[in-house]
Design a protein around this ligand. Sequence first.
Ligand SMILES: Nc1ncnc2c1ncn2[C@@H]1O[C@H](COP(=O)(O)OP(=O)(O)OP(=O)(O)O)[C@@H](O)[C@H]1O
Length: 245
Amino acid sequence: MITLSNLDFQYPSGGGVLSSVSLSVGRGELVGLVGANGSGKSTLLSLVAGLYSPSSGSLSVGGVESPGDEKGIRARCRMVMQDADLQILGGTVEEDLLLGRRRTEDAVAAAHTMAARFHLLDVWDRPVQTLSWGMKRKLCLAAALLDGPEVLLLDEPFSGLDYPGMTEMRRLLVESRDAGLTQLVSSHDLECMVDLVDALVVLDGGRVALAGPPEEVLDHVRDHAVRPPCSWSTGLGIKPWGGGR
Ligand SMILES: Nc1ncnc2c1ncn2[C@@H]1O[C@H](COP(=O)(O)OP(=O)(O)OP(=O)(O)O)[C@@H](O)[C@H]1O
């Protein structure tokens, strides 16, 4: 579903950020993207979302190529950014979920159903600035899913969430996987998602340092500034996190 071939990227303001990145993500897979601060995770997600085009090399999403058809890529992907405040544009939950849509009965019903799935109906009319951080993150994810993407790109979805919030985020990842979405999820912490992912990609200095099933890469992640999960470090393998799935 997603293929990156020998991709390099630098921002116009200078410096190479991604170098010789090659990787592929199969349709319906859930892949974890990890690496130290500044290793290039958000940049890579933005490229896959069609927000930038590669400086050299190429990427393809569902057969649509960049450089070339970034608009076509954007039609297939939704990215949920790290900072919900940068993504929410509506004044209320209702407004945000209906933003850019004709306010038909069907559109309102679909937004309602999505709000119910994310436990946001109680705050349907609330000004968004009064929502908790966890609610804002859920609103961004709900708005992304409402567009019916094939690919979901989540930048640090667990950051700032409490234990119930993390458990719910895990549930939403599993539901999206069961619905057939392809997901690329960045995180600093493997603990909360290592048991869910099909594969891990470890970035180090803008390069893919490791990629493969968690069992094959976890022994080496520490070499790239990523902490393995406690269960792995203590010889127990990969165990379901906290409240399980
Ligand atoms: N808009 C931009 N213009 C220029 N440089 C940028 C821009 N955005 C990011 N960078 C630089 O690109 C590099 C990779 O940043 P990126 O945000 O992709 O890393 P990251 O792994 O997501 O980091 P973090 O874990 O801290 O979010 C960093 O050196 C960063 O300073």
